[in-house]
Design a protein around this ligand. Structure first.
Ligand SMILES: [Zn+2]
Length: 363
């Protein structure tokens, strides 16, 4: 595929809208991808939840390299009307161009180039999932199982604006704090009440203080609810928040601290629960070796491969804790993902295909 052909395929994928909440729509992308993979000689199979697996050279010696993609986007059906696919020499726009339909095109182009050169000889497995944007509930086990069998996992999520790949990602969790107080008439029997909102305010201030930028730990209470009407002392209040950690040791510390929350006001109770949905992918010893190897291979084809990271999670967060070498952010380069402005640098499609081709050939 040359750049014109890559853009034509990207247009087709983007114009097949695929919100995570609409499995039939995501399956339409699956059919397009399956046809492309079959054209390139893959054995294609559909797994539960609509996950698509394409295998090349399954009987060749050695462990495969896993290429990981998701076909769903955050954009509801109909978004395309106000945010059409469009492309010029500099930038290409449309729902999912960056996250991550561009990445799907890059993989297919790299495999086609290897095949044309007679260099597609090693075992490769490409997985295309359906639910990354809503937590990968139906695809996580398959991602983990395929990763365990692999030499290396390459995730085609978007690259950073300077072209850097993602060599660390924060772990992502959420939590809820619930307070119970005692309701009372705010005029006649104010003193009988135990104000759950007042108690929650103490808890909110305490939890926000656990943020530690130096360690990469953040807590964000994003939603609070409580009370019923102005003239009743509120008996209930609740706060919901988002937790991000870079250091794997930080998650147990925060989750234990949530459990240990105690009320400040007599007569109220506080309960809290939290869960780390995605473990962090730290820049650890394995990552250092993996990145260094990729950097050298890239340098061999004239690409200066930089390392960066993201506070957001991806399916790479499921792979890193297994000890399997993984690199993320190998997809298209652009910005403003999940927004109506989402775009990529048009030429990044070709540059990333060249990078991926080199990695698959030389790893
Ligand atoms: Zn994504």
């Amino acid at each position: 595929m040359n750049l014109t052909e890559m853009l034509a395929l990207l247009k087709e994928l983007v114009e097949t809208e695929s919100p995570s909440s609409d499995p039939a729509a995501v399956q339409a992308v699956g059919r397009l991808v399956a046809a492309q993979a079959a054209r390139l000689g893959a054995q294609v199979s559909a797994e539960s939840g609509g996950q698509l697996v394409a295998r090349w050279n399954a009987s060749a010696p050695g462990k495969p390299i896993l290429l990981l993609h998701h076909m769903d986007t955050v954009f509801p059906r109909g978004t395309l009307a106000g945010m059409p696919f469009r492309s010029d020499a500099e930038k290409t726009y449309g729902p999912g161009v960056l996250d991550m339909k561009g990445g799907i095109v890059i993989t297919l182009a790299a495999i086609e180039r290897l095949r044309r050169a007679g260099a597609l000889t090693r075992p490769l497995v490409a997985l295309f999932t359906t639910d990354e944007e809503i937590g990968s509930g139906s695809s996580r086990a398959l991602i983990e199982n395929l990763s365990r069998e692999s030499l290396l996992a390459l995730v085609l999520e978007s690259g950073l604006l300077d072209g850097a790949i993602k060599t660390w990602r924060k772990g992502v969790g959420d939590f809820v704090v619930r307070v119970r107080g005692v309701a009372a008439h705010s005029g006649g029997e104010h003193e009988k009440g135990r104000n759950a909102i007042e108690e929650l305010a103490h808890q909110v201030l305490e939890i926000q203080r656990w943020t530690d930028y130096a360690k990469g730990t953040t807590l964000n209470i994003g939603v609070i609810r409580g009370g019923t009407v102005e003239n009743v002392v509120p008996a209930e209040a609740e706060a919901r928040g988002d937790l991000r950690v870079l250091d794997p040791a930080e998650a147990p510390r925060i989750l234990a601290a949530l459990k240990a929350l105690r009320p400040h006001l007599p007569g109220t109770t506080v309960t809290a629960e939290g869960l780390l949905n995605r473990a962090p992918m730290p820049f650890d010893a394995t990552m250092k070796i993996t990145y260094e190897k990729a950097r050298q291979i890239a340098a061999g084809v004239g690409i200066d491969l930089k390392a960066g990271g993201s506070g957001g999670g991806s399916d790479a967060n499921f792979i890193a804790p297994l000890g399997v070498p993984v690199l993320d952010g190998l997809g298209a380069v652009g910005a403003d993902y999940h927004s109506e402005r989402e775009w990529i640098f048009t030429v990044s499609l070709e540059e990333r295909a060249r990078l991926l081709e080199a990695l698959l050939l030389n790893w």
